[in-house]
Design a protein around this ligand. Structure first.
Ligand SMILES: Cc1cc2nc3c(=O)[nH]c(=O)nc-3n(C[C@H](O)[C@H](O)[C@H](O)COP(=O)(O)OP(=O)(O)OC[C@H]3O[C@@H](n4cnc5c(N)ncnc54)[C@H](O)[C@@H]3O)c2cc1C
Length: 399
């Protein structure tokens, strides 16, 4: 046996899982197709990740939080949901929870960098993680005795358990015969950082406009100019997003300020622009023989409810708990009962919000006249339902 556990994928979930499993008398191999240099210094990818309080606590436990500069962590005080051109917004205020903020915002590349550094620290402390970078897993197989992977260079590795953390389009999950419900929303998301004239007061916006969906994620002021700064998210057809990505900067600034109906005053691009296709994925099973899915491979969320990586961290927590329990009981860490317990917990935690997100998008992207009336009425009704708002605040904070 080459290892106890092979993790496929060194994204934020795979790296966090390796760190979480380290120091538990397990030999771990993590395989990532990107080169080492890209893991050491990941480039800005436009994503600003909204983290629940529970995720922040897990990241502290894993030692990731302290590896992120405090000025790169912004508080998320409130969340506002808006519909169409109306000025009305449903506000999910932090006072509905028990903390001065609902959660936190951190750039995805900084989370990835912190997770990589935490793995390096774990390697130094325990020598129990082997990192293989610049190599793709091309095959995976498993039977009752062991599981194994084949790398692009032809090497084969065997372990007691293989964990797929290789994205929502996981090829290892597919190779293990696990089918998945995939929903292509037929749209793309453009994400970038912009400064703006009017303050955001550390509130996130989700604005279901007519013919477009906009979001604003508050960031700390621009370190150079101290201007108000936010991550801007625009959802449109892929053709429209491609046009916006190519637009010269001055025209882009004008168009985005206009799309936001000047509610933030003038806006200025201060980063590169990135586009992501919107496809959500829920696998029919999260485990198979000596095989488990984690991170986006276990649920690929639509970003509107900002839960993808938060769920990824829950998968890290769930797998670590079940593997550790089996390990301390002296039983097989890849046994079907161990994996089934993980699957049950993870599905319970993620499936309701997965479908709720799909439903919200289904309702709030319809632009017919009756749909517009229903959308507006539903938002005003929800605003009066304090228990509902409290449960949304709880789901945003993850407590
Ligand atoms: C625009 C946008 C906004 C988002 N906002 C939020 C938010 O506010 N809050 C939130 O919680 N989440 C958010 N998310 C989701 C979050 O970014 C993802 O959940 C998270 O990045 C997934 O991490 P992962 O490690 O599971 O997968 P990935 O980041 O996809 O990493 C997978 C890794 O596996 C590697 N890999 C793939 N195949 C192989 C192979 N065969 N062999 C070896 N390596 C392989 C890849 O190179 C990659 O490094 C957002 C996503 C988007 C697109």
């Amino acid at each position: 046996m080459d290892a106890d556990i092979i993790i496929v994928g060194g994204g934020p979930a795979g790296l966090s899982l390796a760190k979480s499993l380290s120091g538990r008398q397990l030999q771990i191999v993590l395989i990532e197709q990107q080169a080492l240099a890209q893991l050491e210094a990941p480039g800005f990818d436009g994503r600003e990740i909204a983290l629940t309080q529970h995720s922040a606590a897990l990241m502290k436990e894993l030692g990731l939080w302290d590896l992120i500069a405090p000025q790169a962590i912004a508080p998320l005080r409130d969340a506002k949901v808006m519909d169409g051109p109306a000025l009305f917004s449903m506000v999910i205020g932090h006072e509905l929870g028990s903390r001065p903020e609902l959660g936190w915002l951190v750039s995805n590349h900084l989370i990835r960098q912190a997770a990589f550094q935490a793995v390096q620290q774990a390697i130094q402390a325990h020598q129990d993680i082997t990192l293989i970078t610049g190599e793709k897993v091309t095959e995976v197989r498993a039977d009752a005795d062991d599981a194994g992977v084949t790398l692009g260079d032809g090497r084969t590795l065997r372990a007691r358990l293989v964990i797929a953390a290789d994205s929502r389009f996981s090829t290892t999950r597919r190779a293990m015969g696990i089918s998945a419900q995939m929903h292509d929303f037929g749209k793309n998301m453009l994400v970038c950082c912009m400064t703006h004239d009017k303050p955001h007061d550390f509130a996130a916006w989700e604005w279901f406009g007519y013919g477009q969906t906009l979001a604003l994620l508050p960031m700390n002021p621009d370190p150079l100019t101290q201007a108000h700064r936010a991550s801007v998210v625009i959802t449109l057809s892929s053709r429209e997003i491609e046009r916006l990505v190519q637009l010269d900067e001055a025209a882009f600034n004008l168009e985005v300020a206009q799309r936001f109906s000047q509610r933030l005053g003038g806006m200025r691009l201060v980063s590169t622009r990135h586009s992501y296709p919107l496809v959500s994925v829920f696998p029919d099973r999260l485990v198979a023989t000596r095989f488990a899915c984690a991170g986006d491979a276990a649920v690929g969320m639509h970003p509107v409810t900002a839960h993808g990586f938060n769920f990824g961290l829950l998968s890290v927590e769930g797998l670590t708990r079940e593997i550790s329990l089996a390990q301390s009981a002296g039983t097989d860490i890849g046994a079907p009962a161990v994996l089934r317990r993980y699957e049950r917990g993870q599905k319970r935690a993620t499936l309701p919000l997965y479908w709720m997100t799909r439903l919200v998008i289904e309702i709030y992207t319809r632009d017919s006249t009756p749909a517009k009336l229903v959308r507006a009425a539903l938002l005003r009704l929800s605003d009066r339902m304090v228990p509902l708002k409290k449960s949304i605040a709880l789901s945003l904070s993850g407590m």
